[in-house]
Design a protein around this ligand. Structure first.
Ligand SMILES: O=P(O)(O)OC[C@H]1O[C@H](O)[C@H](O)[C@@H](O)[C@@H]1O
Length: 619
């Protein structure tokens, strides 16, 4: 069994960081502003072209600060080295570096952006003090308090944070040590975690598990993060008899997300089928009094942990959502919090070049014209960071992808994120990045330490396996830059709980600052509702289709119906295409039978149900 030491040990003292402060040096005034070849929406084009033609009025934050006329990125090696040295950010205590030298922003651009940055710093300061930073939902935004409870605006919240952290650590230690056991496992202790959740209730735990879970964790983690029945069956089948020693952690802030509810119902059925009592192995992480919370309380689940109203799903990794699964895997969560707290502290300076999150936001704004005209490709050269880009997809795109700005103007903002890992991706799509459509900027994540000391060896004279990885990263960075493709490089010493906590905090803050720069609300997600609502309407329509088919199938003889007839009897002729799709889906799953024709020619088919349900007919 893995040792308990370190899972929740106290954090080392958090000292203030010192970053290198450089005099402001003059860079060349020209740089590249590549127009977007394929703007995503007409409104983007409008915003960009207006911005380029008109001088920015900096009193209005929704104006775009234009780039200057450009002649190409700096290519002289000595000038570049100078730029590298001048702009290099270092966080000594975290061993983290940020190199923005391969993004071509100019002094003039930085100067023009300065008032916006000061406004953004002020906004984050207010947010940290407890302002209603999510105006639509009337909520405070408090994820920064999770790693430094002293910052919380009142003692009630402070105590809530501290008590939850203590409860998470205590529970994890008792599960790992075997003090809390499953009722009917031959192992006598929990051996696995099955995490059920989606979006912000899955992506952080998935990223952290991949990055930090030890080779032989005390509990191995699996995820159900979808309502795909085959995917769920696969997870349960892979657990096999281990289901008896599996802790099921159901995570949902709202407590009512359909995919998570379905995952829970499927897992509960698997428990029943195996003759196991789910409640003795179930844990809920959710807002107090949510549907999930009430279910867990009434059914007497093993444990419940709170999710706070003032923590958004995509910034919840440092709440019980991320901490409990991590602690159960033997990951030192207090170290994660310490790394995040150190990074937060560094990001509180109002000196732009000393503020790593602001530097990232500056680069994003420059590279994407402040309107998301280029995608952010995230390339960690370390297998364990594979899921970082996936995690960032939600953090960045759900936060920044907004139709309206804070003043109600239609802006269609956003910043697209994708990427997997290097050097693997060099053998997949780097060809296009280097030579093809120029619609991106890259972020390299470099990890200096290749493997634990004492394990390295030279696979050819003077060269290790890790040297190749290093060479691939440097080579790709140079090759992209030579073709005027900009890149940022974030460097950490090692992938540890502390550096992962710092990376999460760095990007959380960068997103918040960038949102202020472009004057949008980073903390709501109104667009997600449209898809959920439409899905609900499809399911409601399916129930009507079933009722109509059932009635026809209960007749003697059975009356097979065409799609047109079904649509007519549903009083939904305008939904005929969706009705066809519903029937095709039911037919593929043996829940409807095709009497005539084939699904390939929709007008030809006649359909009925295999069984008549008399009760349903009169319902
Ligand atoms: O944690 P839950 O309430 O189940 O929400 C899960 C996810 O649901 C929606 O898709 C939201 O847009 C996400 O921000 C959230 O993370």
């Amino acid at each position: 069994m893995a040792s308990l030491s370190g899972i929740c040990s106290s954090s080392p003292s958090i000292k203030s960081q010192s970053s290198i402060t450089k005099p402001f040096v003059s860079l060349r005034k020209d740089s590249v502003a590549f127009p977007s070849r394929f703007p995503r929406t007409p409104s983007l084009v409008q915003v960009q072209s207006v911005a380029r033609e008109m001088p920015a009025d900096l009193s209005k934050t929704n104006d775009v600060v234009p780039k200057k006329a450009n002649k190409g990125l700096e290519k002289d090696p000595r000038e570049l080295w100078q730029r590298y040295v001048d702009w290099l950010y270092q966080h000594k205590e975290l061993g983290l570096y940020l190199d923005v030298s391969r993004v071509g922003f100019t002094d003039a651009f930085v100067e023009e952006m300065e008032p916006r940055f000061q406004a953004a710093f002020k906004a984050v300061e207010e947010l940290e003090k407890g302002a209603i930073a999510n105006p639509d939902e009337g909520r405070m935004v408090g994820h920064y308090w999770l790693r430094n409870a002293k910052l919380a605006p009142n003692s009630f919240l402070r105590t809530q944070i501290e008590n939850t952290l203590d409860a998470v650590c205590k529970f994890a230690e008792e599960v790992v040590s075997g003090k809390i056991k499953p009722p009917s496992s031959p192992e006598g202790r929990f051996t696995s975690i099955l995490s059920v959740g989606i979006g912000g209730s899955a992506l952080g735990p998935q990223f952290v598990a991949e990055a930090l879970s030890p080779d032989n964790p005390p509990l191995k983690i699996r995820f159900i993060d979808n309502t795909d029945p085959a995917g769920i069956d696969h997870q349960i089948a892979q657990l096999g008899p281990e289901l008896a020693s599996t802790l099921v952690v159901v995570i949902s802030k709202s407590g009512g997300t359909p995919e998570t509810r379905n995952g829970l119902l499927e897992v509960q059925k698997a428990f029943r089928d195996a003759g196991l009592e789910f409640a003795k192995q179930g844990v809920a992480i959710t807002q107090e009094n949510s549907l999930l919370d009430n279910t867990a309380r009434i059914e007497g689940w093993l444990a419940r942990f709170p999710m706070f109203d003032w923590v958004g799903g995509r910034t919840s990794e440092m709440s019980a959502v991320g901490l409990l699964p991590a602690a159960l895997q033997g990951i030192n969560v207090r170290e994660m919090l310490a790394g995040a707290s150190l990074m937060d502290e560094a990001n509180r300076t109002t000196v732009l070049r000393n503020n790593p999150a602001a530097l990232l936001a500056l680069c994003w704004y420059w590279a994407s014209d402040g309107v998301g005209s280029k995608d952010m490709v995230v390339l960690p050269y370390k297998d364990s960071l594979l899921l970082f880009s996936r995690y960032l997809q939600q953090l960045v795109m759900e936060s920044l992808g907004k139709e309206f700005d804070l003043d109600g103007n239609r802006v269609n903002q956003g910043l697209s994120v994708y990427g997997n890992k290097g050097s693997t991706d060099q053998h997949a799509y780097i060809q296009q990045l280097r030579e093809g459509v120029h619609n991106f900027f890259a972020t390299f994540i470099e990890v200096l330490c290749d493997r634990p000391p004492g394990h390295d060896w030279e696979l050819e004279p003077g060269v290790t396996c890790g040297d190749y990885l290093f060479g691939m990263l440097q080579g790709t960075r140079s090759a992209l830059y030579a073709n005027d493709r900009e890149s940022i490089t974030v460097t950490v010493q090692e992938v540890t709980p502390r550096s992962v906590g710092a990376l999460i905090a760095l990007y959380e803050r960068a997103v918040g600052i960038y949102a202020s720069l472009v004057n949008i609300n980073a903390y709501h997600q109104p667009g997600v509702e449209a898809g959920k609502k439409a899905a609900g309407e499809v399911l409601a329509l399916q129930k009507r289709v079933l009722a109509v088919l059932n009635e026809a199938s209960c007749k003697e003889p059975v009356e097979p119906l065409t799609i047109d007839e079904v649509a007519e009897r549903c009083h939904a002729p305008e939904d005929i295409e969706m009705i066809y799709k519903i029937i095709a889906h039911m037919a593929a799953n043996d829940r409807a039978l095709i009497a005539e024709g084939s699904c390939g020619s929709p007008r030809s088919i006649k359909v009925f149900l295999g069984e008549c349900n008399v009760d349903e007919m009169y319902a």
